[in-house]
Design a protein around this ligand. Structure first.
Ligand SMILES: NC(=O)c1ccc[n+]([C@@H]2O[C@H](COP(=O)([O-])OP(=O)(O)OC[C@H]3O[C@@H](n4cnc5c(N)ncnc54)[C@H](OP(=O)(O)O)[C@@H]3O)[C@@H](O)[C@H]2O)c1
Length: 248
């Protein structure tokens, strides 16, 4: 039996891209999914598909920038499935542009979704995981959490923050002996709707060129499944997954 079978997995940003692909991969291995995002029609469709492929799935419309909604999501998972084994902290946006363009509202949104959303989700699941002395938190950072490039300054800042949060949390849980695993996943270019969140036309043209080598979202889903299916004494802490031909 797969070590994913019957694990209860919350996935934020499940309505497209890497989150959706991860839901499909884990459903096919028998996980019990709690799907979260803002677009309900997408979640409904994914719930039906996941159940068809062998998993169990529920969904809850959730905006990760709301601490209250994140707490409600975790409570819903506990109500439906009585435990939370895994959080895939995946929701994210990437509105990139040079800083002189002063797109301060977009900086705020990135900080709210990519950093505060990740923190609110951790805060929502950690108490029940600590109580059970078992759990796995998987955070989506990026190659942009390792390298800095022009136009990506604020996005990189948010993804460096995710990497720091992952490593700090890992050390805190290890020293506390809670048996909670932390995995930081850093994809390179992956086909999804992410580039559409960049509104600056010049930057978007460059991104579209860069993303010509992008790999499919299921490549990341398989890596996430690999981390989830390890025995509980094995933590896969850091994964960088690029297209073979991506340089930076
Ligand atoms: N694609 C890449 O090349 C790449 C590379 C490195 C890292 N990543 C990271 O991987 C993660 C997933 O990205 P993706 O490529 O799969 O992009 P995507 O297709 O655009 O998916 C992003 C997901 O985040 C959700 N989301 C956005 N704002 C939200 C909010 N306020 N509340 C709840 N959900 C929200 C979206 O759902 P709704 O709009 O329905 O809410 C969507 O499901 C992100 O953290 C991204 O930074 C992606």
């Amino acid at each position: 039996m797969s070590n994913i079978q019957d694990k209860v997995v919350i996935i934020t940003g499940a309505s497209s891209g890497i989150g959706e692909a991860t839901a499909k991969e884990l459903a096919s291995k028998g996980a019990k999914l709690v799907l979260a995002a803002r677009r309900e029609d997408r979640l409904q469709k994914l719930q039906a598909e996941s159940e068809k492929s062998g998993g169990k799935a529920v969904y809850k419309v959730t905006d990760v920038t709301s601490r209250e909604q994140m707490e409600e999501l975790a409570a819903y998972a506990l109500e439906k499935f009585e435990k939370i084994d895994v959080l895939v902290n995946n929701a994210g946006i990437m509105p990139q542009a040079f800083m002189f363009k002063k797109m301060v509202d977009e900086w705020d949104q990135m900080i709210d979704v990519n950093i505060k959303g990740v923190l609110y989700a951790i805060a929502a699941v950690l108490p029940s995981m600590r109580e059970r002395k078992s759990g796995h938190i998987i955070n989506l950072s990026s190659v942009a959490g390792h390298n800095i490039y022009p136009g990506g300054t604020v996005y990189c800042g948010t993804k460096f923050a995710v990497k720091a949060i992952s490593e700090g949390l890992r050390q805190e849980e290890a020293i506390s002996g809670t048996n909670i695993r932390v995995t930081n996943v850093s994809p390179g270019a992956v086909s999804s709707e992410l580039v559409e969140t960049t509104s600056d036309a010049e930057t978007k043209a460059g991104l579209n060129e860069f993303y010509k080598v992008a790999i499919e979202a299921d490549s990341i889903a398989r890596a996430i499944a690999f981390a989830v299916e390890q025995p509980s004494d094995v933590g896969i802490n850091e994964m960088i997954i690029r297209p073979t031909v991506q340089v930076g």
